[in-house]
Every structure is written in structure tokens, then in C-alpha cells.
Write a protein that binds this ligand. Structure first.
Ligand code: SF4
Length: 298
């Protein structure tokens, strides 16, 4: 398998992944390469790449492929990023058109080296994709922008259908797992997005040593912040130098968390071992039209 997760640990049987091959997979791979684009599917060693690319979807990563932060769970290389490529929004908008996708997901590396932390590049990317692809819907999975709301507002103003920001883990483990990030700052970011009326989404990885109570408390914190869509998935160790997996959480536990989340008031909960924040993201656009009404069955 081309994108096999590089972990020395034996995976339980429920972590079975689709093979990264097939005609549609090759088409997406060629488009990504010829347009000189980055995807978190590839850079993040996502276990779903075979499935998603064969469905004609991918999550594009803008602002380069080198991150200024050193999170202990993330496979994206950290270091000194290259200069921002002004042509990237144009190439990405064009690739989305050629791919013919109706819903796209965009994320980025952290760019703490830039004065505006990458906010203007984010805004022009969202704008250009919408102009080039009328009717396309969009989820943007944004960094914390160091909690600077005036920067986040640039992205909200472009009106993507969903804005996500991941808490990644429970409060106690945040300092250990995430670099230069604070749990409270991320909650503030989510609160601000939700207050704009945009569909707000967040997620955490399980299997890092968190307790059941901590997972439930994180759900409460998300609900208080206004999060409507929550994702829970199993953490996988990208390389031996990353944080080890403490536990493989069984599928029925994920199912229980899903039930708990729906009871707490989330409109959608995606909870299973292979869920990643962008997995089947197109389903979550419907929350925008159901805001403040009934819960969706997913
Ligand atoms: S779940 Fe998201 S990151 Fe993973 S392959 Fe699918 S689109 Fe890419």
C-alpha cells in the first residue's frame, strides 16, 4: 500500500483500510501532482486516502507543506516554511474545477512566521475557489491564528459553509500533544466562529491516554462554545518519533460516544476509528440549513 501508516504497532482488525489504488485514485493523484498542490491526505498519512480519492474527494493543504509548529501527533513536516506562493489559490481553484467536485475541504499548515499568520492567503483562496466554481460548497479547517479574531474574521467574511477548528485532544493532554496551542484559545476560536452563524465543527483524536470523563467534558466544552458537528477518530502514530498510541479504542466505545454526543446536543457526530475531521465532510453542509432545528441522523 502506497500510503501505509508508518507504525510499528500491530493494528487491530477494525482499522482495516482501503488500498490506495484504482483509476479515480490515480486521476486525483495526477491532478494534485500536475497542479503542484499539497493534500493533508498525503502529508498527514491519512488512512482513508484509498477510499476518499477513489470517491473523487481530497483535502487540500494550502500555504506550503512545512508547518511552523511541532505537534507530537502530526505527520506534516515542521520547520522553516517557504515563501507564500501567490499562484497557489489559482492552481487550486482550477484543479477543483477539473476534478468536478461539488464540495471541497481546505486546510493549511500553521504560518506563525507571517505577519497575518496566513489569513489573507486563506481569504483569497476561499474567494477564488467560489468564483471559479459557482455552487461549490466548502469546509475550511483552520489553525488557531493565535486566537486573533480580526484575522479569523477575514475567513468568515468569505462565507465558507463550514469552519472547523480541531481541539485535537482533551484539555489535560493539550500541552503535551500540541505545540504553541492552548485549549482555551481553541475554544475561544470556536466560540467566535459559532457567534458568526457559520456552521462550526471540531474534533479530537482518541487513544492518547484520555479518560472517558475527559472525553465527555470535552464534548460539554464544545457544546458550550457552539460547536454543531463533532468528529472522533482513533489516533495513529505517523512515525516512531511521534507520540505513541496508548490504546486502540473499540468501535462500540466510539458508538457510545456518538450517542452521548447526540444527547448533549450536537447536530452531527461522526465517531468511529477511521473518522478524520474531513471524512465525508459533504454530509455536514446540511447542518447549515438545519441550524437550531432537529438533529440529523448520520
Ligand atoms: S479523511 Fe480527509 S484527509 Fe483523510 S483521505 Fe479523506 S479527505 Fe483526505
Amino acid at each position: 500500500m502506497e500510503n501505509q501508516v508508518k507504525t510499528a504497532q500491530r493494528l487491530p482488525h477494525w482499522m482495516k483500510m482501503k488500498r490506495a489504488e484504482g483509476p479515480e485514485y490515480s486521476r486525483i493523484k495526477n491532478l494534485v501532482t500536475t497542479h503542484n498542490l499539497n493534500t493533508i491526505c498525503k502529508s498527514g498519512n491519512c488512512p482513508n486516502i484509498g477510499e476518499c480519492w477513489n470517491r473523487g474527494t481530497a483535502t487540500f493543504m494550502i500555504l506550503g507543506n512545512i508547518c511552523t509548529r511541532h505537534c507530537r501527533f502530526c505527520a506534516v513536516p515542521a520547520g522553516k516554511p517557504l515563501a507564500v506562493d501567490p499562484e497557489e489559490p489559482c492552481r487550486l481553484a482550477e484543479a477543483i474545477k477539473i476534478m468536478g467536485i461539488r464540495h471541497c475541504v481546505i486546510t493549511s499548515v500553521d504560518r506563525d512566521d507571517l505577519e497575518d499568520l496566513g489569513a489573507s492567503a486563506w481569504a483569497s483562496t476561499v474567494r477564488l475557489i467560489k468564483e471559479t466554481n459557482p455552487g461549490v460548497t466548502m469546509e475550511v479547517l483552520i489553525p488557531d491564528f493565535q486566537g486573533r479574531k480580526e484575522l479569523i474574521q477575514n475567513i468568515i467574511a468569505e462565507m465558507p459553509e463550514i469552519i472547523s477548528h480541531n481541539l485535537e485532544t482533551v484539555e489535560r493532554l493539550t500541552g503535551k500533544m500540541r505545540s504553541r496551542a492552548r485549549y482555551e484559545t481553541s475554544l475561544d476560536v470556536l466560540r467566535y466562529i459559532a457567534s458568526s452563524g457559520t456552521t462550526t465543527k471540531s474534533g479530537i483524536m482518541l487513544g492518547l491516554g484520555e479518560t472517558n470523563e475527559e472525553v465527555l467534558q470535552t464534548m460539554d466544552d464544545m457544546i458550550e462554545a457552539g460547536v454543531q458537528v463533532m468528529t472522533l477518530g482513533q489516533y495513529l502514530q505517523p512515525t516512531a518519533s511521534h507520540m505513541s498510541v496508548m490504546e486502540y479504542i473499540a468501535p462500540d466505545t466510539f458508538e457510545k460516544y456518538k450517542e452521548a454526543g447526540i444527547k448533549k446536543g450536537f447536530k452531527i457526530v461522526e465517531s468511529s476509528p477511521l473518522v478524520r475531521s474531513s471524512y465525508f465532510s459533504e454530509k455536514h453542509v446540511t447542518v447549515a440549513s438545519l441550524r437550531n432545528t432537529e438533529t440529523l441522523n448520520t
